[in-house]
Design a protein around this ligand. Structure first.
Ligand SMILES: C[S@@+](CC[C@H](N)C(=O)[O-])C[C@H]1O[C@@H](n2cnc3c(N)ncnc32)[C@H](O)[C@@H]1O
Length: 238
């Protein structure tokens, strides 16, 4: 993607997410923010069978749809959860939600770009990236972020990556397919090939695809975002 299209994609994403986070609350009915991702929560439970406290990193955390339920589950343990998002508005809303749900002692909210963020080495037990890694600037950047995530993970730690692939954007009024304006629109098979290669020495726990559609208002006309949403989870075993 050229620089102009990249900036255009970033702008459209910011418009969509800022409006979403200001108009809708997490964990309330009405939008996809209404509940946490169930695989993310199940993998956290799996980790907690063997550990009584964990360090968690939620990349592209948004307003905290997953971050807050994770922190609530970890409350009263010595656990810490870092939520990172590119958008000031998302981090602001996460801070509000951290207060609202009484988990200020668990969550640290950080504004930053996943592509350039430091990930403390050998520190995390669980790293989640839900709807985030399709927004890095290139395939190379994607692999580099995955490698930094790996370095930041302790033995036995788990990664759960959920990302949209094979994305199409369609005008709702006419059904016309637009030129997709997403920073990294990988074909599903390519995304899995990269993930399998990067995580070759880890134990793969989840490798699934679901068809995903969501109505969006981010351009002049209303659109439907369609994708093959992949979930890939793996555990560091050596
Ligand atoms: C589809 S939302 C998902 C939010 C949250 N993970 C969830 O599941 O509710 C994607 C989020 O990723 C953030 N994001 C996009 N590009 C990013 C980047 N380069 N670095 C960090 N966050 C990013 C967006 O601001 C947005 O809040």
């Amino acid at each position: 993607m050229n620089q102009a299209d990249f900036e255009e994609a970033r702008k459209a994403e910011a418009i969509y997410h800022n409006e979403l986070y200001s108009d809708h609350e997490i964990l309330e009915p009405g939008t996809w923010l209404s509940k946490p991702n169930h695989v993310i929560m199940e993998l956290l439970d799996r980790l907690l069978v063997h550990k009584d406290h964990v360090n968690v990193l939620d990349l592209g955390c948004g307003a905290g749809r997953n971050t807050i339920p994770i922190a609530l589950r970890l409350q009263h343990t010595d656990s810490k959860v870092v939520g990172l998002d590119l958008l000031y508005e998302a981090i602001n809303k996460l801070r509000d939600n951290t207060n609202k749900y009484g988990v200020t002692d668990v969550i640290q909210a950080k504004e930053g770009d996943v592509e350039h963020a430091d990930i403390t080495k050998d520190h995390y037990d669980y790293i989640v990236a839900c709807g985030c890694l399709e927004h890095v600037s290139s395939e190379e950047a994607f692999v580099q972020v995955l490698e930094r995530m790996k370095q930041g993970t302790r033995m036995g730690g788990i990664h759960c990556i959920i990302m949209n692939t094979d994305i199409q954007e369609v005008e709702r009024d006419t059904g016309r397919e637009l030129d997709t304006l997403i920073e990294l629109n990988l074909p599903k098979d390519k995304a899995f090939t990269i993930l399998e290669k990067v995580y070759y020495s880890w134990n793969v726990l989840e490798h699934t695809t679901v068809i995903h559609s969501v109505d969006e208002e981010k351009y002049d006309t209303p659109t439907q975002f369609r994708s093959q949403s992949i979930t890939f989870a793996a555990q560091k075993v050596k």
